[in-house]
Design a protein around this ligand. Structure first.
Ligand SMILES: Cc1cc2nc3c(=O)[nH]c(=O)nc-3n(C[C@H](O)[C@H](O)[C@H](O)COP(=O)(O)O)c2cc1C
Length: 197
């Protein structure tokens, strides 16, 4: 059965107004397997990460960028968990998000993962503004990627961001298609915000 849904409009039903790239961002699995992210667009997306805030301006993030069709992309795809392997091969670009958890002098960086997360958030919002979509994932063999790319022990592979253009939802398996069109949900603000008095 084909579910007819306009996937270009999965805008969040927000409790308060948001800027468009935030309200319109969602994480698709149906990417266009032909789409290419232009180099300038990719540079802009990474520039957004560059200007994220970080503890002591330490900028403890590193990114490995792999375009579809490269050996690096194939290596990353090979390290993904099965449920991610199924859809992520049609993304145009994979970005490995790496935290530098220890500085060059051996001092721990307790906020490295937090800072990396902020940089990735910036990147996803900029990508959305560029008319692209992102989907982050934690389901992969981090050790395999660590070894494949010759990272040292100061670096931790935390997540992967897929980037691309929206594709045909009917190319997904039934299970993934159902998830792709399921209503988007969030806890109400009141569930996780405490206003001090
Ligand atoms: C750190 C992190 C890990 C995630 N891991 C996966 C994953 O392995 N596979 C997947 O399909 N989605 C993954 N997601 C996507 C989330 O499931 C998704 O962001 C969440 O359901 C909210 O949906 P939305 O991004 O469309 O608003 C991950 C997201 C984050 C931030």
């Amino acid at each position: 059965m084909t579910l007819v849904t306009d996937l270009t409009s999965r805008k969040a039903a927000t409790e308060a107004p948001l800027i468009d790239p935030l309200a319109e961002r969602w994480s698709p699995r149906a990417f266009d397997p032909e789409a290419v992210v232009e180099s300038e667009q990719l540079r802009t997306i990474l520039e957004a990460a560059r200007w994220a805030p970080s503890a002591n301006n330490s900028q403890p993030w590193r990114f490995i960028v792999a375009r579809r069709g490269t050996a690096a992309f194939a290596s990353l795809h090979g390290a993904m968990a099965g449920f991610n392997k199924e859809w992520a091969d049609s993304a145009a670009v994979l970005i490995v998000n790496i935290a530098e958890t220890v500085d060059a002098e051996g001092r721990p960086r307790p906020w490295a993962r937090y800072d990396l997360g902020q940089a990735v958030a910036h990147l996803t919002v900029q990508a959305q503004h560029e008319g692209l979509h992102t989907h982050q994932m934690g389901g992969f063999d981090a050790q395999a990627i660590h070894e494949a790319f010759g990272l040292d022990e100061r670096h931790e592979v935390v997540s992967i961001t897929t980037i691309g253009a929206l594709g045909d939802v009917d190319r997904l398996s039934d299970v993934l298609r159902e998830r792709e069109v399921a209503p988007r949900q969030r806890k109400p603000l009141a569930d996780f915000v405490t206003v001090g008095e």
